[in-house]
Design a protein around this ligand. Structure first.
Ligand code: DQA
Length: 147
């Protein structure tokens, strides 16, 4: 089974952007860890990062029929993009929402994600490990689906 990992705006800067909040591991390094963890779970993964809302929406549309599920960190779009929310809802795939930081412990505007309600679940606050927990969660969801 193949899964897709989508990272939204500014996440390409992970490792150097506010390391005290987002950690000093780069996105490339995080992706290597995700791939290793996923393969232990019998999953293969593809990675996509974009700073553009429409490009992320196109990628979500293309995921239908290609991937078993998606892990998404939509960055700041998580807080206000109804367009990404609608795209997630439209493709009817299991999405796991992840965030590096604990979005509930920061600025008020970050404490709401408009994506959470259309995702199967939400993981935030564990740094790069949030993605590994996301893989874990998606693997469990897919196993239940197959059973
Ligand atoms: C983030 C949290 C968002 O509020 C922020 O805009 C990001 C990263 C996280 O992974 O912690 O870009 O999604």
């Amino acid at each position: 089974r193949n899964i897709l990992i989508i990272n939204g705006p500014n996440l390409n800067l992970t490792g150097t952007r506010k390391p005290e909040i987002y950690g000093s591991t780069t996105l490339t390094q995080i992706n290597e860890r995700i791939a290793r963890h996923a393969s232990e779970k019998g999953l293969t993964c593809n990675f996509y990062q974009s700073n553009h809302e429409g490009a992320i929406i196109d990628k979500i549309h293309e995921a239908r029929g290609v991937y078993a599920g998606v892990i998404i960190n939509a960055g700041a779009y998580s807080h206000y993009s109804y367009a990404i929310r609608d795209a997630i809802e439209a493709v009817e795939l299991p999405f796991i929402e992840v965030h590096l930081s604990n979005i509930f412990a920061r600025d008020e505007f970050r404490s709401k994600s408009v994506l959470s309600a259309v995702c199967r679940g939400h993981i935030s606050g564990f740094g790069a490990d949030s993605y590994l927990l996301g893989v874990e969660a998606l693997a469990l969801v897919l196993d239940k689906q197959a059973a």
